[in-house]
Design a protein around this ligand. Structure first.
Ligand code: UDP
Length: 359
């Protein structure tokens, strides 16, 4: 029986690192029943088509990508129909759903597009997961669901705050949609992963963050500025009530995030084999290091590892920004056995190596 995992957004930033993580680990020689086949669905709305080649070079394995807009139900269904073909003795055992837009400022500028894209695609993929009896579903959520909370570090039990941006709201609604849907589809299990701030690049520098749209996230803006592709960068807000006035985030290496997805699939598959273990139908995990880092500290860490002075200025606050957030990550550590390996300097160094590669 050929077991398959569908990774939507497999050419995107976190998706591509997770494809690599799965290809490198889900093999018979690591004790899995078979080499899971990894199938990507990505229409390159915000990813480059060269990513697949880079993944293949890096892993030495073939990757299938379907260029499909998940908002198109019929076209997406055709792919499920083909891949889950019962006559070909194959089964889709899991879906990892990354495909979504993720920029706070872009979502403020075009909320309709964000709601349309992030929510329609999720609705379709959920419907199809049930139709094709996919038992395990992992959803990319975000710490932005907590809003501006005073409860720090945030645990999975911290209540949702006001969603500061349309992007954040798509994640709150997405989680709620899954929780409601799960009640109507008891044979499926769901893990919602709330990412803090994924940064950095694969240690090989063969894949990294390379969006088509101009990046709005801090780390690519730092590396683009250092590479001379931008004249200067702005620190958005230096008068917040934090230790140096700039916002605090919990930056987490993208490869650590990718590993958590593999562990989450393992967790669901193992627990489904062992039916006595009655795990929750929907389980939520924070994925962060637990360390809060200010924008200015992140810049300093970059300057240290790159040996470059960054041209930056202190500017006004950015609309939709949360002031301070970092994770309580105990649950992911204990339940999934996840141990984030990289610190802020390694994150910055890997991002810088990647940037130099794609100059
Ligand atoms: N940031 C900044 N300058 C930039 C881009 C981002 O000062 O050019 C700040 C941003 O205001 C926030 C932090 O860096 O406080 C992280 O922003 P990012 O967009 O990377 O992540 P998010 O806000 O979604 O957590």
């Amino acid at each position: 029986m050929q077991k398959k995992i569908i990774i939507t957004g497999g050419c995107g930033y976190i998706g591509s690192h997770t494809v690599v993580e799965c290809l490198e680990n889900y093999t018979k020689k690591n004790g899995y029943e078979s080499d899971y086949e990894i199938i990507s669905m990505d229409n390159h709305l915000n990813s480059s088509s060269s990513v697949i080649k880079n993944i293949e070079n890096l892993t030495g394995r073939k990757v299938k990508n379907y260029d499909v807009d998940l908002c198109n139900y019929d076209k997406t269904k055709e792919i499920f129909e083909k891949e889950a073909d019962i006559n070909s003795d194959s089964q889709i055992i899991g879906i990892i759903h990354f495909a979504a837009l993720k920029s706070v400022p872009d979502s403020v500028a075009d909320p309709i597009f964000y709601y349309q894209n992030n929510l329609n695609s999720l609705l379709n993929i959920l419907k199809l997961s049930k139709e094709y009896k996919v038992e395990n579903f992992i959803f990319s959520s975000s710490c932005s669901v907590y809003g501006n909370t005073t409860e720090l570090p945030v645990s999975e039990n911290t209540a949702f705050g006001y969603a500061e941006s349309p992007y954040a709201y798509t994640k709150q609604v997405g989680e709620r949609m899954i929780i409601d849907f799960a009640k109507t589809s008891k044979s499926q299990k769901f893990v919602l992963l709330r990412y803090f701030n994924p940064v950095g690049a694969h240690i090989s520098a063969q894949i990294g963050e390379d969006p088509k749209n101009p990046p709005t996230s801090l780390v690519p803006i730092i590396t683009l500025t250092a590479a001379g592709k931008r004249d200067k960068m702005t620190v958005h807000g230096s008068d917040y009530a934090t230790r140096d006035g700039s916002c605090i985030r919990d930056y987490i290496h993208v490869s650590d995030i990718a590993e958590a997805h593999r562990l989450a699939i393992d967790y669901l598959v193992e627990n489904q084999k062992n039916k006595d273990k009655n795990i929750n139908q929907v389980e939520i995990f924070n994925l962060g290091t637990g360390n809060g880092v200010t924008v200015l500290e992140a810049i300093k860490a970059f300057e240290k590892v790159s040996n470059k002075k960054l041209n930056y200025e202190l500017g006004g606050r950015r609309e939709g920004d949360v002031v301070e957030i970092y994770a309580d990550n105990e649950k992911a550590k204990t339940v999934l056995g996840w141990i984030p390996k990289y610190g802020i300097e390694e994150m910055m160094l890997s991002a810088w190596k990647w940037q130099q590669k794609i100059l």
